[in-house]
Design a protein around this ligand. Sequence first.
Ligand code: DX5
Ligand code: ZN
Length: 228
Amino acid sequence: MTARPNDDNRIKIAPSILSADLSRLAEQVKEVEAAGADRIHVDVMDGRFVPNITFGPVLVKSLRPATTLPLETHLMIHDPDAFLEAFAEAGSTSLIVHVEGALHLHRTVQRIKGLGLGAGVAINPATPAAMLDEILPDLDVVLVMTVNPGFGGQTFIRRTLSKVREVRHMIDEVNPGCELEVDGGVDPTTAPELVEAGARVLVAGSSVYGAADGPTAGMARLARSLGL
Ligand code: DX5
Ligand code: ZN
């Protein structure tokens, strides 16, 4: 059996640059790398799939030399197929697409893998876990959205906790090498609950980059809440 990304079952923190000070992005990314971040989460929004617009491949390209960490790219866009190559060329390490935004999800996932990147699928808060049934065996990551995608700093939707538990069971049954990641409202209060429910990768935007005492302190608080 080949080694899979989460064979060690370690809890990983993925700071989201959505809440970073973009005027000094490289510095902000280096800071969380030094503070123990496992990967950088890049939120791509198109103003259509979600009511906000953010970054494109040019940002990934300019960020790539600033860090040795994986650049996980969360595509909150309609019809992601048109942009897979561009993000691969720019330096993304993995691409996460939404069930709700990809009409031919199986093909999209195969194309991501064909580009040599990690393949992830995200589900929105109102999307049932069962939507993952057919695609789960092919995935490296499942991302359970714990807020509605589009903005940082939203309140954690508690109802998603039971879905995290359900997805944990599904992964353990059919694809134990697949990572279970959560995104939205992750802070020192919700992080331990999410880990208890089965999450192993935690995206954190405002609790890291929005911390009044800075991202290093935000990372430390999160790690402490998890006993890391
Ligand atoms: C929301 C994005 C998140 C966002 C999370 O649409 O997908 O990655 O940055 O932000 P917080 O951690 O502030 O909820
Ligand atoms: Zn995200």
